[in-house]
Design a protein around this ligand. Structure first.
Ligand code: NAP
Ligand code: F7E
Length: 352
């Protein structure tokens, strides 16, 4: 039997790297789209790419979802069985500053891929996965959210991703295409981008401990997120495309924690004794209560800073993954504590 061929837009990202590993283990031939950058940034996939000349099962192509002719030519030449669209400007905070670019990539980028498939794949054999997100629920009521919950995004990112959710569903219904959405809640790993809260907190506090940074500056401490492990979540992405019919699935852990819980857990894992205080403007900070490595007793090691607050915020996200459990036989195994332990251990090795 011929190998299955997968095409991943966003292979250089957190999820793209885990998904590429998973598909290679399942003996797929994997094509990945990387952007042209002034410095090479394939660090998340270098470990699976290094033996390319011996086993050419992973092939990287230059591309960008803002360029239709590029997207069209890639799909036309590769003729993949499965296409995973993980490409996005994925930072919610940044989307307020790059609203138009976020729409070009996260909305119209998806449309470009769908249009290319619609035109090229007349026999409707290709399967398409869209990386949708819990951000499309915004602050809508009735938690925990499931596939039937109301969508009320509150950021340019969430709004752009809602367009992609609907256009993926529209193309399924209008053109009988196999197009599915995975509505994924937050998922982290040692490969998480360094400006998302989990990795930023862990790297920041390790640097404070080692005297490479005096203090970690954060924004809103009271938003809650449903945090899972990226490695498990990409398995759900693959399962969604193996389902008999195209459909939409919530992927989550069903448990949530606040940003403050996260900071406290990282402080505990690093054995930094400290206490929370509040200044006259109501901003909170953390003071060390004993000397530890480079930290001095009474040093302010975490501080809320206004620039890290967003113009609008999603306050409380929690998902109900019952449909995925029933139909895909998927469920998360790694809890929040284990996830953060793995990330802390990994960054302790990286930051010498
Ligand atoms: P990530 O680490 O930020 O990776 C995003 C990927 O998209 C990177 O490979 C990036 O390339 C690529 N990309 C960005 N703009 C592009 C463009 N214009 N053309 C082609 N590629 C482009 O994100 P992630 O955490 O792996 O998430 C994967 C997907 O799931 C994203 O669509 C994200 O919005 C969505 N999602 C993530 C979460 C989560 O909690 N992680 C939850 C729900 C949904 P560079 O490496 O060159 O930047
Ligand atoms: O923020 C608060 C921030 O940037 C989490 C993306 O993968 O998940 C992710 O989006 C919370 C927010 O993730 C800082 O205000 C406080 O309430 O880690 P984050 P996110 O915005 O939830 C969804 C599902 C996606 O789809 C996205 O692609 O933490 N927060 N202080 C901070 N956040 C950051 N980044 N930096 C701070 O200093």
């Amino acid at each position: 039997m011929n190998k299955k061929i997968a095409l991943i837009f966003g292979i250089t990202g957190q999820d793209g790297s885990y998904l590429a590993e998973l598909l290679l283990n399942k003996k797929y031939k994997v094509y990945g789209v990387k952007r042209r950058t002034s410095l090479i940034h394939t660090t998340r996939i270098d470990h699976i790419y290094e033996d390319f000349h011996l086993k050419p099962n992973l092939i990287l192509k230059y591309g960008d979802v803002t360029d239709f002719s590029n997207v069209f030519n890639l799909i036309d030449q590769i003729r993949p069985d499965e296409i995973y669209n993980l490409a996005a400007q994925s930072n919610v905070g940044v989307s307020f500053e790059l609203a138009e670019y976020t729409a070009q990539t996260d909305s119209i980028g998806t449309l470009r891929i769908l249009e290319a498939i619609r035109i090229i794949d007349k026999k409707r054999k290709m399967k398409f996965y869209q990386a949708s997100t819990s951000e499309i629920f915004g602050n809508s009521p009735d938690k925990p959210y499931n596939e039937k919950s109301k969508f009320e995004p509150v950021s340019p990112y969430g709004t752009a991703k809602l367009y992609s959710y609907w256009i993926t569903k529209n193309y399924r219904e209008a053109y009988s295409m196999f197009t599915s959405n995975g509505i994924l809640f937050n998922h982290e790993s040692p490969r998480r981008g360094e400006n998302f809260i989990s990795r930023k907190t862990i790297i920041g506090l390790i640097k404070v401990l080692k005297g490479k940074q005096k203090c970690l500056y954060l924004g809103n401490l009271y938003s809650k997120r449903d945090w899972g492990h990226a490695k498990e979540f990409v398995e759900a992405q693959w399962k969604i495309l193996q389902n008999k019919k195209p459909d939409d699935f919530v992927i989550a852990t069903g448990k949530n924690y606040s940003v403050k819980d996260l900071v406290n857990l990282v402080l505990k894992k690093l054995q930094i004794k400290s206490k929370w205080k509040k200044n006259k403007d109501g901003l909170e900070y953390v003071v060390a209560t004993e000397n530890k490595q480079s930290i001095k007793k009474s040093q302010v090691i975490v501080k809320q800073e206004k620039i890290y607050f967003r113009p609008n915020e999603v306050h409380n996200l929690k998902g109900n993954y019952s449909k995925a459990k029933k139909i895909l036989k998927w469920k998360p195994k790694i809890n929040f504590d284990k996830l953060i332990s793995e990330m802390v251990e990994s960054d302790l090795k990286l930051i010498k």
